[in-house]
Design a protein around this ligand. Structure first.
Ligand SMILES: NC(=O)c1ccc[n+]([C@@H]2O[C@H](COP(=O)([O-])OP(=O)(O)OC[C@H]3O[C@@H](n4cnc5c(N)ncnc54)[C@H](O)[C@@H]3O)[C@@H](O)[C@H]2O)c1
Length: 307
């Protein structure tokens, strides 16, 4: 059986509950841990909601899975065959969690981090068994995006990498294996796109709303079906060569965080969570937008899964 019989997730904030729901649905007995009893309590509703979404997408399911909520760290992780760490993106904190995992987990347990870009080798530095530490980067929302970036560190064992890929495939997701690179591949692409979008808006070339329409239909729609490498084949490599030869030198290569973002964060305009960022929102509009996004992702995932 590829799916770990028992697994643990450390950190029950934004990512933990969705990850727990996916593993439980594939038959694993998951223990979800957090230092905050209050967060853990909230995570019950989050896990339940994620499970309902998995029902709506018709995700494959295996019997025997469950999620329990455990505030005591040793109890949560000691019997796990796979541990997913999802604590905040701070290297000292992650190192501390992995040192504690070494103390409390079986020698055979795989220890995976959901870091968004801290090098795995840095997280594993100083551990007695760095060969079983690996990056397993889920995309948000983790119960809806069926792709996980697998990032072995310098010392990660080939057997550990192969087992993690097999686990991901067993719960019906696609695994992509990458070498360590700052930000990992998905975020590098996203941030390259965002840099150019922000630069064009800042220069007054296009409005914010038209930018959203242009990228959603002109790029997002197409890329969700074919991916960039196949897009190049479809468009013709000769076309790319001639356009890239005059366009690439004109694209933003700024190493700075754009002023457009800095001035908003300085005045605490952080987006939906503060009811204003690039656009304005009421609380009701935030709820509506979030529901719209979830329904859209469910509908698109169903279609793309059938391709
Ligand atoms: N949020 C995203 O969109 C996203 C996407 C992909 C990857 N990630 C990565 O996943 C990880 C978690 O992100 P998140 O957004 O869920 O963070 P979060 O801040 O929402 O949740 C982290 C949780 O960890 C808990 N925690 C802190 N220290 C702990 C400890 N020692 N033991 C147990 N629990 C502890 C906190 O109480 C908190 O509830 C980060 O590395 C992040 O970069 C996040």
């Amino acid at each position: 059986m590829t799916i770990p019989r028992a697994s643990a997730i450390v950190g029950a904030g934004t990512m933990g509950p969705g990850m727990a729901a996916v593993l439980a649905r594939s038959g694993s007995q998951v223990k979800l841990n957090d230092i905050s009893a209050e967060v853990l309590d909230r995570a019950k509703a989050g896990t339940e909601l994620a499970a309902q979404v998995l029902d709506r997408v018709g995700a494959p399911s295996q019997p025997g899975g469950s999620v329990s909520f455990e505030v005591d760290f040793p109890t949560a992780v000691s019997g796990a065959d796979l541990v997913l760490e999802a604590v905040p993106e701070k290297i000292e904190l992650k190192r501390e969690v992995f040192a504690n995992l070494e103390e409390h987990c079986a020698a055979t347990a795989i220890l995976a981090t959901n870091t968004s870009g801290i090098p795995i080798s840095e997280i594993a530095k100083g551990l007695r068994h760095p060969q079983r530490v690996i990056g397993m980067h889920w995309s948000n929302p983790p119960h809806l995006i069926p792709m996980i970036e697998v990032v072995p560190g310098e010392h990660t064992g080939d057997d550990v990498r192969a087992k993690v890929v097999a686990i991901i495939e067993a719960f019906g997701y696609e695994a992509v294996v990458e070498k360590e690179v700052p930000g990992f591949v998905e975020n590098r692409i996203l941030y390259a796109i965002l840099r150019e979008c922000l630069s064009l808006v800042e220069r007054g070339i296009i409005t914010e709303a038209d930018m959203d329409t242009c990228v959603k239909w002109g790029i997002g729609y197409k890329l969700s079906v074919i991916g960039p490498m196949r897009l190049l084949d479809m468009a013709g490599l000769d076309i790319y060569e001639s356009v890239a030869s005059y366009l690439n030198p004109d694209l933003s290569d700024s190493a700075e965080v754009p002023q457009f973002i800095r001035e908003r964060t300085a005045s605490k305009r952080l987006g939906m969570k503060t009811l204003g960022g690039i656009y304005e929102y009421t609380e009701e509009q935030v709820r509506e937008r979030r529901a719209e996004i979830a329904s859209g992702l469910i509908a698109v995932r169903k279609v793309l899964s059938g391709l």
